[in-house]
Design a protein around this ligand. Sequence first.
Ligand SMILES: Nc1ncnc2c1ncn2[C@@H]1O[C@H](COP(=O)(O)OP(=O)(O)OP(=O)(O)O)[C@@H](O)[C@H]1O
Length: 264
Amino acid sequence: MPELLLVASKLSKRFGGLQALSDVSFSICKGDIYGLIGPNGAGKTTLFNVLTSLYVPESGSCNFMGHQLTRLKPHEIAIAGLARTFQNIRLFGALSAIENVMIGRHIRTRAGVFGAITRNQATRAEEAAIEQRAQELLDYVGIGDRANHLASALPYGDQRRLEIARALATEPALLALDEPAAGMNASETVVLRRLIEKIRDDGMTVLLIEHDMKLVMGLCNRVLVLEYGKVLAEGKPAEVQRNPKVIEAYLGAGAATEHSKEAS
Ligand SMILES: Nc1ncnc2c1ncn2[C@@H]1O[C@H](COP(=O)(O)OP(=O)(O)OP(=O)(O)O)[C@@H](O)[C@H]1O
């Protein structure tokens, strides 16, 4: 039996009169690349924001390795082992690539603010180790030669990979990626796909929001489909792909019947 890493149960989130999530339940197992798809406005980012405590749900719970995620503060989420990237990249543009990764690393170190001010020998040794690890992570995501470039000056695809390196610096058990391929060209997407597979092969679990259907279906071992904040389908990519409700949600009413006619 695969080990359960995250169990979300009946999560609901409302914005005024809009029910953005209704009783959303799903489970992620260790080693999954778990896809989260759905038409625009389906509630995918809202779900990410609930999981990472940026939003407080009206009801429901989410157990992540023994932590009740909905009770944690946003900064406690990364310490609990869940790191994320954002749909709209959120880097420190005026800092270098390596400095951005070093910031992610600080939650796992001991020096703290006092050490950073006094800069004693132990702190200096720790800073050197943080810098070395940050460089390793830049190498890992494939932008090691751009460590000293300003984050804002990096091409778009590299900024996305830098965000992943910063998230990896927190040593997550679960890495949540919000549309990592957005704005990437076909060859950058291939490189991203290999990177996500490498992350999984190195023992992490990945939760992925993605609009690129080819990427989702080729990469994920399970997929959750949301529509109007509700779970429309959940399962293996091949099952989800031929589910008439999913086809209809993506292609419009009537498409499912057409599709099944074509398939027969
Ligand atoms: N902070 C907010 N305040 C009010 N409404 C919100 C807020 N965040 C999201 N919504 C609404 O909740 C619904 C779900 O939005 P969400 O961004 O989660 O969808 P999504 O599936 O991520 O869409 P997309 O694929 O376009 O990114 C939408 O109708 C959106 O307008």
